[in-house]
Design a protein around this ligand. Sequence first.
Ligand SMILES: NC(=O)C1=CN([C@@H]2O[C@H](COP(=O)(O)OP(=O)(O)OC[C@H]3O[C@@H](n4cnc5c(N)ncnc54)[C@H](O)[C@@H]3O)[C@@H](O)[C@H]2O)C=CC1
Ligand SMILES: O=P(O)(O)OC[C@H]1O[C@](O)(CO)[C@@H](O)[C@@H]1O
Length: 383
Amino acid sequence: MKAVHFGAGNIGRGFIGLLLSQAGYHVSFVDVNEQVIDAINDKQQYNVLLADESQEKIPVSNISGINSMKEPEAVIEVIVEADIITTAVGASILPIIADLLAKGLTKRLETANAPLNVIACENMIGGSALLKDEVMKKVTTEAANVLLTHVGFPNAAVDRIVPNQSHEDILTVSVEPYSEWVVDQSMMVGDLPDINGMTRVPSLDPFIERKLFTVNTGHAVTAYFGYHFGYHTIKETLEDEAVLALVKGALKESGQVITSKFDFSEAEHEKYIDKILGRFLNPYLSDEVTRVARGPLRKLGQHDRLVRPARLYYELVHEEPTHLAKAIAAALLYDYKEDEEAVKLQAMIEADGYEKTLEVVSHLHDSDSLTKSVLSQVDALKK
Ligand SMILES: NC(=O)C1=CN([C@@H]2O[C@H](COP(=O)(O)OP(=O)(O)OC[C@H]3O[C@@H](n4cnc5c(N)ncnc54)[C@H](O)[C@@H]3O)[C@@H](O)[C@H]2O)C=CC1
Ligand SMILES: O=P(O)(O)OC[C@H]1O[C@](O)(CO)[C@@H](O)[C@@H]1O
């Protein structure tokens, strides 16, 4: 069995590539990072280290790598032969990889018509659907009609904390022991063999929203407050009782949205939140606030982890989400110079002010209650 995985980074090597290899697939990693691809081809194996008291080392083998900048034709060839395709490249990169995917899938139609699933494993709602739209824009109408029936793009939620790595061997990756990969069964085509660690569900919405608006909301809120108050790591930030209270406040607000929208009880959701806070405090992981805060323009997007739960809170709970608004304010103040999106965000604020920036980045208008709430929290944080 053959798998093609785009993105040999932290989640690629530490989670999806690991599970696919364990399930018996040969994994062809596709990446633009020459050093990583050369190392994969040179060593043909790497280790995943579990960040807990066991420090278990899991060897991953039956792998190869392709540099898509240098060998696009080789990527097309592996797509032709693939039994499954996955990605973990970052939401903003999906439109870029759609180009090679479209070429590979078009060529595949000439020789093979076995069903295929393409699963985007990114932190966003509807990642595979977005990738599908991008691919469909790049193929002929004739090919698009065949792809619609032969290729599934099931949406997925992926959850495993994999921080920045600092091992001597560039392929070694430390991961938290916990992991969850949930895939929308209704969007799959054909018979995909069982993959240990992948759960199929009839509808993904409750799982992706619960995950994005708890794990990712909680993590992002911690990171933006952590940066604002001068902390370096997530754990250090949460050890400050005052910040922990702010994070818990934000999770209570997003939690009310989740339990109002979906069939999770409040008690069950409280346990879910506690478990996540425990994961953030894992003493065996050192996770920098600047990694978790990365990409503030994406994270301030209207459908993402801060603004969407805050807006839904107004709609469903009919109150002001003060903690989420404060977190959005902290995100607006995020000025880390080595983060390209943070630099752009600060340039926008400098040129046009907070209101206009919120309108462009988060689709919030100056008359929105959330805008007013965020602006007053910006003033409070700046004092
Ligand atoms: N690290 C984590 O804890 C988690 C990350 N995620 C999601 O997984 C995705 C990947 O995140 P990470 O693995 O942390 O990032 P990463 O930066 O470690 O890995 C991304 C990889 O994609 C590669 N890439 C960039 N452009 C490419 C292109 N055009 N073609 C092929 N490869 C390309 C990069 O070189 C890099 O190796 C993101 O969407 C993230 O939100 C989801 C859950 C957990
Ligand atoms: O910041 P991104 O790219 O959304 O992805 C990383 C996030 O995903 C997580 O693993 C949670 O799933 C956290 O580590 C982090 O908040």
